[in-house]
Design a protein around this ligand. Structure first.
Ligand SMILES: Cc1cc2nc3c(=O)[nH]c(=O)nc-3n(C[C@H](O)[C@H](O)[C@H](O)COP(=O)(O)OP(=O)(O)OC[C@H]3O[C@@H](n4cnc5c(N)ncnc54)[C@H](O)[C@@H]3O)c2cc1C
Length: 258
């Protein structure tokens, strides 16, 4: 079974994200890290390979320095890495990103395409749906448990009210949540071995992508203005001494919210 895992390098800044007022984009200049739920996706791919055999290839769309993060996936055990990287790609929104990734994935013809649930820099959690649509493949998202039987995939999908169990024929696209597994740490042997694993850096031309459908010119979204979040309004803290419900009702009624 051939499994492609889409992974993204994200700024390793925790909650302290900065916006660039000139480009109106996120400042991605600092340290980069492999996006957290993408590590779960790599782990799941490795477990499927261990059970069924095959190959795990990690695929990313980003600047060349994203290779540093792809090496972590290789150190965990992925077989090879493909980075789609092109100066013309900077400023790609969801539509442009899904186009470029789908072009790169078409070239791989994987039986299963795995995604993390969302990336910490954009938190959109829709890219996998757009890629599945472009590839015309079924999608199961928010997956906390995955089974493969060779011809189909069955995902235990987290919902607000419990779990849905959804099956889809292969080839398919699956986005996993961080509840699916506990990722392994790369071993020293894995880290050393990652240095000699194959990595490919492909331009937009290499994947047959039309340059004007990627980057700022190929994006359907434009950021017009940036502003800091508004200051928080009046706040009260209610310590529950047994009268919290009463105090809350009083507070809401005082603002004519009841
Ligand atoms: C106007 C605009 C300009 C932007 N410019 C940039 C930019 O210059 N650089 C930039 O990095 N982002 C940029 N973004 C954000 C980028 O478009 C989104 O991160 C991307 O489309 C992912 O969409 P998402 O938020 O739905 O998915 P996410 O929630 O971010 O990710 C879901 C999953 O998709 C996979 N994934 C996400 N991104 C990638 C990727 N690039 N390669 C492989 N797998 C991936 C991962 O598995 C991830 O867990 C821009 C967005 C806008 C609106």
């Amino acid at each position: 079974m051939k499994i492609a895992v889409c992974v993204k390098q994200v700024p390793d800044t925790g909650p302290a994200r900065k916006l660039d007022p000139v480009t109106n984009r996120l400042d991605r200049s600092g340290e980069g890290a492999l996006n957290a739920t993408d590590v779960n996706a790599v782990e799941e791919a490795l477990r499927i390979k261990e059970a069924h055999g095959g190959e795990v290839v990690v695929v990313s769309f980003g600047p060349t320095r994203a290779l540093d993060s792809l090496r972590k996936a290789l150190a965990m055990g992925a077989d090879r890495a493909v980075l789609i990287s092109d100066e013309a790609a900077a400023g790609s929104d969801l539509v442009a990103t899904s186009y470029a990734l789908a072009k790169g994935l078409e070239r791989e013809s994987a039986d299963l395409v795995l995604f993390g649930q969302q990336a910490s820099d954009s938190d959109g959690a829709v890219l996998w749906a757009a890629v599945a649509e472009r590839l015309r493949r079924p999608l199961v998202s928010q997956v906390a448990g995955l089974e493969i039987d060779g011809a189909s995939v069955t995902g235990k999908r987290q919902t607000e009210f419990g779990y849905d169990v959804i099956s889809a024929p292969l080839p398919a696209v699956v986005a996993v949540s961080d509840a699916i597994n506990e990722p392994r740490y790369p071993s020293l042997k894995g880290i050393m071995g990652a240095k000699s694993k194959p990595t490919e850096t492909l331009s937009l031309a290499d994947i047959g992508a039309e340059a004007d459908r990627v980057g700022a010119s190929g994006s359907r979204t434009t950021v017009l203005e940036l502003a800091p979040p508004p200051a928080k309004g009046d706040q009260i803290k209610i310590e529950d001494d047994g009268s919290a419900a009463e105090q809350l009702v009083e507070w809401l009624a005082g603002r004519k919210l009841l």
